[in-house]
Design a protein around this ligand. Structure first.
Ligand SMILES: C[S@@+](CC[C@H](N)C(=O)[O-])C[C@H]1O[C@@H](n2cnc3c(N)ncnc32)[C@H](O)[C@@H]1O
Length: 216
């Protein structure tokens, strides 16, 4: 059994080696007076714990560059910075999510760069140099499926080695998995996280399809 950890104050909770804040935490309440995330980026979503758990089993290289798209409060990005010493960038179309990400980064003593961008506006130049592209619960509307599919193709063409997306199992996410499987190597697995609570969902990992060697 893990050792008992005394938490520094109420409404702080640990998961996968990082600390997170509940909505009732005084800093979150104060930030919510000033910033209003408007595209569902108003909390840490359960799918981010699937990403953390998956990366504990299928780890990334230490110190690699990681981009979290649709980052919201950036829990998975902060996990990568803490656990793998990764160079992380949180990307979101909603600038109001970033103050929350900054506070969580400070709480965990890591640095996270931020970039305001829609999926469709992320360029090959911005993607070049990233080893891993991650996202949790980012494909929740029909209109997000195609921009995400195109972004994934752009990322793999720009040299991104792995794209990992987690989801509670929305129809739009399966549509995205289906589109990706037509062009790339795809693994879709049911997964569960055990921290901070039991949470079940899906993990989609996408890699560039290996070119078949020509017959002699
Ligand atoms: C359900 S929240 C998930 C946040 C975070 N990944 C998590 O798991 O806690 C979805 C996030 O995607 C962002 N988002 C939605 N559509 C987007 C788009 N087209 N481009 C970039 N970000 C987008 C939202 O602003 C929001 O922060």
């Amino acid at each position: 059994m893990p050792r008992i950890e005394r938490l520094p104050e109420p409404h702080v909770y640990p998961a996968y080696g990082i600390y997170l804040l509940q909505s009732q935490h005084r800093l979150v309440r104060r930030l919510k007076r000033l910033y209003e995330p408007s595209v569902h980026g108003h909390k840490t979503w359960g799918s981010s714990f699937l990403l953390m758990d998956y990366l504990e089993h299928e780890p990334m290289n230490k110190k690699a560059s990681v981009m979290e798209i649709g980052c919201g409060w950036g829990p998975a990005a902060i996990f990568c910075a803490k656990k793998f010493d990764a160079k992380v960038t949180g990307v979101d179309m909603d600038p109001d999510v970033f103050p929350f990400m900054e506070v969580l980064a400070a709480l965990n003593d890591v640095d996270v760069a931020s970039l305001v961008s829609k999926y469709e506006d992320l360029t090959s130049k911005q993607l070049t140099g990233q080893k891993l592209l991650i996202g949790s619960d980012i494909c929740f509307w029909d209109k997000l499926v195609k921009p995400l599919s195109k972004l994934i193709t752009r990322a793999l063409k720009s040299g991104v080695e792995r794209v990992i997306i987690t989801d509670p199992g929305r129809p739009t996410f399966y549509e995205l998995a289906d589109l990706c499987s037509k062009k790339h190597d795809v693994s879709l697995q049911e997964w569960f996280a055990v921290q901070p609570n039991h949470f079940t969902g899906e993990v989609l990992e996408i890699r560039a399809r290996k070119e078949k060697k020509e017959e002699d």
